[in-house]
Design a protein around this ligand. Structure first.
Ligand SMILES: NC(=O)c1ccc[n+]([C@@H]2O[C@H](COP(=O)([O-])OP(=O)(O)OC[C@H]3O[C@@H](n4cnc5c(N)ncnc54)[C@H](O)[C@@H]3O)[C@@H](O)[C@H]2O)c1
Length: 255
């Protein structure tokens, strides 16, 4: 059984993880952290991290970008693996997470879904085969409450594709401000916002004769919660270092 400290436990993702862990023999949340007081869980919720005395194997964080430096310090003090799922982090915070990986095991992914991370691997393979003959365009769609565009996941897919291309790749976001024909080294990234869409991502590889589309559709937030728990199992007992979902996927493809 993996014992978890869950930061941001009162939020949407926190609740999804708490639900999946309830009466689950593989995972136990032993304590949580949030700025909201909560006594409805079967574990204590701390608004001040240094009051936590429980022992745990990993920390899962789904909170807020501003909260990450504090929970990272907590992970360093307790010398425990830190799984950072919070997004929209500043460059400074990303750098301090990287630095922390020299001391403790750290896991970071802008999208904890196993399916999306497999999609990135498939897009990398497709790029190796189809670029430069095929133009590459990414389209993403999310609910109407999402603040950032494009999604961190669309960027993650683009970055994966870019790794496979020797040319100097340029990202072109939407196309309204660019009145010129597309050049070969572009990856177009376009966003749609509406209703309650959990998360749709498509990577299109387009030639003059055919179109290959690799797509992923998240049906519920539980995909991210389940991915975070898979990461928790993967990280429990790991050595210091920087890990991502690619390391989890590598177990399945035997790299
Ligand atoms: N990596 C992924 O796959 C993935 C998936 C979904 C969401 N996210 C990210 O996870 C984060 C949380 O998402 P959410 O939908 O649950 O948001 P949410 O707003 O519903 O929940 C965030 C929770 O964090 C708490 N919080 C805020 N400041 C805090 C602090 N200083 N210390 C402790 N807790 C604090 C809030 O009170 C709230 O309960 C966001 O950054 C979101 O973009 C990542």
């Amino acid at each position: 059984m993996v014992k978890i400290f869950l930061n941001g436990c009162c939020g949407r993702m926190g609740k999804a993880i708490a639900n999946l862990c309830y009466n689950n023999p593989d995972y136990k949340i032993v304590a949580g952290g949030d700025i909201i007081e909560n006594n409805t869980y079967d574990f204590p919720v701390y608004t001040s991290l240094n009051e936590c005395t429980e022992e745990f194997d990993v920390i899962i964080d789904f909170s807020n970008a501003k909260a990450v430096p504090t929970i990272l310090e907590f992970a360093l003090n307790r010398k425990k693996p830190f799984i950072c799922c919070t997004t929209a982090l500043s460059d400074e915070t990303v750098a301090s997470i990287l630095k922390a990986s020299e001391t403790i095991p750290v896991f970071k992914s802008a999208n904890m879904s196993l399916g999306i991370n497999m999609m990135v691997e498939l897009c990398k393979q497709a790029t190796r085969i189809l670029y430069p003959e095929f133009d590459i365009e990414i389209v993403e769609a999310h609910h109407n409450r999402k603040l950032d565009a494009p999604s961190g996941t669309a960027i993650m897919i683009a970055n994966g594709i870019k790794e496979e291309i020797d040319d100097n790749v340029e990202y072109v976001y939407d196309r309204h401000s660019v009145n010129k024909a597309r050049s070969k080294n572009e990856i177009g990234i376009s966003s749609i916002r509406g209703g309650n869409i959990v998360g749709e991502h498509s990577a299109m590889f387009i030639s003059d004769e055919e179109i290959v589309t690799i797509s992923h559709s998240a049906q519920t937030r539980d995909v991210f919660a389940k991915g975070a728990l898979t990461a928790a199992k993967f990280m429990a007992g790991k050595e210091k270092g920087y890990y991502t979902m690619s390391d989890v996927i590598a177990q399945y493809i035997g790299e």
